[in-house]
Design a protein around this ligand. Sequence first.
Ligand code: NIG
Ligand code: FE
Length: 416
Amino acid sequence: MTTTLWRHAHLVTLAGPHGWGEIADGALLSRDGRIAWVGASADLHAALRSLPAQPAEVHDLGGALLTPGLIDCHTHLVYGGHRANEFEQLLQGASYADIARAGGGIRATVAATRAASDAALLAGAERRARALMAEGVTTIEIKSGYGLSAEHEARCLRVARQLGSRLALTVRSTALSAHALPPEYAGRPDDYISAVCAWLPGLAAQGLVDAVDAFCDNIGFSPAQTRRVFEAARALGLPVKLHAEQLSDQGGAALAAGYGALSCDHLEHLGPAGVAAMASAGSVAVLLPGAFHFLRETRLPPIAALRAAGVPMAVATDHNPGSSPTLSLLLMLHLACNLFRLTPEEALRGATVHAAQALGLGASHGALAAGRVADFVVWDADHPAELAYGFGVNPCRRVVRAGLTRHQPLSQSHPP
Ligand code: NIG
Ligand code: FE
């Protein structure tokens, strides 16, 4: 198997518990898709001597910044249509909840998704995934939740799996069937939850589910209904996550933490009990500044309390057509700093190390260290804080996924 050497890199490994893990003049050896060695250039000769064969390829990065590949750990990438009309309503003063209660919102996208062909769903999701990838994203999570029937949820999860095999991208798929009440179950949320619990084993048996999520809120499902979904997930041995405390405090984060949740996401209304429960369960707080910005929310997630309790914080796009129609994870890093007051280091850690943890990939992805998957990005930047500092800027020069260069010049990343 061939070894590749990446030398003269300004490494930002994020390998330790704190700090950038910077090596001003560093090198990295990749082999069989994994990082074989990473360290200071001064130690490279000794590392090379211990190799069975010398590197077949050598890339001189000329001092460019090299970070772990970015991870977008919360997206709703597979859907039909768009909701630009709701943006107009939001601007006129309607709230997200008003629009949902009037029959728009998630249910509008469910209708458009059900009406879309498999090919159209795949084409839309692939276009969006490629936009994320152009900014150095090497791993994404994709949720279902716009199908809301066994057949349509499976269709959406299959599209997510297809993206993972078509693109140089690691895809984790999450079943979010408890996202909204489909019209055929109007007034019967408990019956719908029974249906979800009944079809989950089938989705899992088809290999379509890496985790299970729900939307626990006043316009979503109750804690009792969420618990039933979590019990079904537990019976299948699947990890859980939760859209928690986005619009109101339902105690969802504490409920999810009780099931050892990988993450609780949104969290603008999270209280002290939720913070403590997440800290003791080791659940990641996935912060979604895109939805906060788009819905012009004013209540901030309790960042200082999460930080003080040692809850790992991730940052994701929450890409979806209703509350966060963004395809820029770098912009989310900027917003996480400017709106939520994360430090640039916390923001980058949030889209690498902690995002990996939120997907159950904490041991294999998210940092530059020997043995981890060789996913990394070369940037036109002098300092890692630049990744959060710019907005509407894409300094991504080159992306390496599992040791292979995905693209060099950005303009060639799109196939004809
Ligand atoms: O994460 N809050 C629930 N789910 C999505 C929005 C889905 C939609 O509006 O289509 C979210 O913000
Ligand atoms: Fe979401």
